[in-house]
Design a binder for this molecule. Structure first.
Ligand code: F6P
Length: 348
């Protein structure tokens, strides 16, 4: 049992469903008459004492809204601050006995470090990238996939009208979850993901054969994090927190395809569209269930756990293990996609 106030924060890149999770946490805690403290701008709020009491009335009407009413940042107390010290000071000053951290793998690793230094923490997994190992799905993923699929549907009709190859660049820093799911659901002709080596001449040949035999257009989905050959750097340097900025790899793939095939090729980089706007019904349900369970764990004084979806159940899983390494796309998913690629069609 933990009697202090419960602090809640959102850290790292935003995603649809964060507000649904905040609403669930606050509502469940309010039902037990527990004080909740909203921490602004992720870890920055604890490092700089930027916190405020938050109650049931503050979270009405936010279920469907994108972004996060608490704000977020990539500031990390262990990288940009004095580690546990100012975090603990802020918590003591406001009587915060435990933290609910709604974050991606980086923020959850920070949460796990703080937990090992004695701060009671429960993690809630969110990221459109879906690469947190301890859960089947993270908040934001299904919304991002739906946004990409809607875009592919639109790009397909214009590709067909103009006899073009369309390259669609999607997010996915180290994994190709969005790319693989969107390629299946959007019926794309090929998908390039960080987990799998790719061969551009083979892809060019496959596209050429497809255009000779079946169609006059192709849609190729590319995850932003794929490797590119040495000397073809498409990276954009680092952001203010030291993270590598991705984006632009689609241009590299598109110009290679155009050179190899002679087909007019265009690129669409979906970028931050994938992170904004209203969450899908699935994300609203997931965020609500994870938020409720996280609140209950905080009430029970549980720490070093992350709430997770396993099958149909919400469970508590070991926080440190859950975010130790990114979860790669399941090879069976990539095998399922491969049956619909042009090379498979041509060889069968
Ligand atoms: O971590 C999620 C993610 O959407 C990545 O796919 C992407 O590379 C990154 O965030 C970009 O975020 P920002 O530019 O906000 O740091």
């Amino acid at each position: 049992m933990n009697d202090g106030a419960v602090g809640v924060l959102t850290a790292g890149g935003d995603c649809p469903g964060l507000n649904a999770a905040i609403r669930a946490v606050v509502t469940r805690l309010a039902a037990e008459s527990r004080t909740v403290v909203g921490i602004r701008a992720g870890w920055a709020g604890l490092m700089n004492d930027d916190v405020t009491a938050i109650g049931r009335d503050d979270v009405r009407g936010i279920l469907w809204k994108g972004g996060t009413i608490l704000g977020t940042s990539r500031l990390d107390p262990y990288v940009h601050g004095d580690g546990v010290i100012s975090v603990r000071e802020t918590m003591d000053r406001h009587g915060i006995g435990s933290l609910i951290v709604i974050g991606g793998d980086g923020s959850l690793r920070t949460a796990s470090k703080l937990a090992s230094e004695g701060i009671p923490v429960v993690g809630v997994p969110k990221t459109i990238d879906n690469d947190i190992a301890g859960t089947d799905v993270s908040i934001g993923f299904t919304t991002a996939v739906q946004i990409v699929v809607d875009a592919i549907d639109r790009l397909t009709t214009t590709a067909e009208a103009h006899n073009r190859v369309m390259v669609v660049e999607v997010m996915g820093r180290t994994t190709g979850w969005i790319a693989a799911h969107a390629a299946i659901a959007g019926g794309a002709e090929a998908v390039l993901v960080p987990e799998q080596p790719y061969d551009l001449p083979d892809l060019g040949l496959a596209i050429t054969r497809r255009h000779e035999r079946f169609a006059n257009y192709s849609v190729i989905v590319v995850a932003e994090g794929i490797d590119t050959p040495v000397g073809t750097t498409v990276r954009k340097g680092r952001d203010m927190y030291g993270f590598e900025r991705l984006g632009g790899v689609g241009n590299f793939v598109a110009s290679a395809i155009e050179n190899l095939t002679g087909f007019e090729t265009r690129v669409t980089t979906l970028g931050y569209l994938q992170r904004g706007g209203t969450p899908t019904a699935f994300d609203r349900v997931l965020a609500t269930r994870l938020g409720v369970r996280a609140a209950e764990m905080a009430i029970d004084g549980v720490t070093r756990k992350m709430v997770a979806l396993k099958g149909r159940k919400i469970v508590g899983t070991d926080l440190k293990a859950a975010c130790a390494n990114p979860r790669s796309v399941d090879p069976s998913l990539l095998r399922d996609v491969s049956w619909f690629l042009p090379l498979a069609d041509i060889e069968s």
